[in-house]
Design a protein around this ligand. Structure first.
Ligand SMILES: [Zn+2]
Length: 300
């Protein structure tokens, strides 16, 4: 099997798997579709074309009255958080069943061992230039809100204020029995001091679960409602670092577009929805977004 390995810095390399071992081809750029061997995932843009598209995106931002951004795993990968879905992602390593709510109910102890390992990475991660660029746009009055599929809290760490977390957050725990929510810090010290135990509610001793959306669970209703209404009422919708394969998030740019919004896509790879966007830029969010913000500043 041939596949792309995602390296923490969002670099990818082409690998070939033989039995249980795999080898990689030096520093092959990641412009390769591992599901359809022989095809490229994106079109290499010339320097001039890239500059032109960055300028177009900046123009749309300057002209917009209400700009909404949707962010996905691609923006977090650049902060060292592995993409759960990628070829070397967490679901490939642990099995997708670990993220299913029924697994949590039957094996909370095993789930929490997995979660602690993931949590170490998430809590230590730092925002990258893409997160800071979005926070800056908000401060400039050129970004109304961020709808994010990420659970890592990196937008808030970068200074963004209006963040709608449609898949929940790893920074909060919820009691399955009484529904009380706790910031992770409140529970973490107790958890660590006792050695490993399943975290329990400080009020009723019920089992605590990360306040994130598991497979088999509904999205938080309030957040989803807000995300849809913001998508319907904006006049610019930017997608950053999402391959637009996870619904309902993937339907938001279509909702915005059908209500008259302009659309921008910044993603490392092609998506099935590229045609729908007014401006498409393939590249690392951490490199592209600061350049867009720079242009916006020049125009304002
Ligand atoms: Zn409780």
């Amino acid at each position: 099997m041939i596949f792309l390995e995602t390296i923490t810095t969002s670099e990818k390399r082409l690998c070939v798997e033989v039995g249980t071992r795999y080898f990689y081809y030096g520093d092959t750029p990641g412009n390769y579709d591992y599901e359809n061997p022989g095809t490229q995932r994106w079109v290499e843009l010339s320097e001039a074309e890239l500059r032109a598209r960055i300028r177009e995106a900046a123009e749309l931002i300057v002209e917009s009255k209400k700009n909404v951004a949707l962010t996905g795993a691609g923006i977090s990968v650049e902060s060292g958080i592995p993409d759960f879905r990628g070829p070397n992602g967490l679901w490939k390593r642990y099995g997708e069943h670990v993220g299913h709510i029924s697994f949590f109910f039957t094996n909370p102890g095993e789930f929490w061992k997995f979660a602690l390992e993931v949590a170490k990475v998430i809590f230590a991660a730092r925002p990258n230039p893409a997160h800071y660029a979005l926070a800056e746009l908000e401060k400039m009055g050129k970004l109304h809100c961020i709808i994010t599929q990420n659970i890592d809290g990196l937008h808030q760490k970068a200074g963004s204020k209006n963040v709608i977390e449609i898949h929940g957050t790893a920074w909060r725990l919820v009691c399955l029995q009484c529904g009380t929510k706790f910031p992770v810090e409140e529970i973490a010290s107790k958890l660590m001091s006792k050695g490993f135990t399943i975290p329990r509610c400080l009020k009723c001793e019920g089992i605590l679960k990360p306040d994130t959306v598991f497979f088999g669970e509904r999205l938080p209703e309030e957040e989803l409602k807000i995300a849809i209404s913001e998508s319907m009422s904006c006049d610019l919708f930017m997608v950053v670092g999402s391959s637009l394969v996870v619904y309902p998030a993937a339907s938001l740019p279509g909702i915005a577009k059908s209500h008259g919004a302009k659309t921008i896509l910044v993603n490392l790879e092609r998506t099935a929805m590229d045609e729908m966007f007014d401006v498409v830029i393939y590249g690392k969010a951490g490199e592209i977004l600061p350049k867009i913000v720079e242009e916006v500043k020049k125009m304002m």
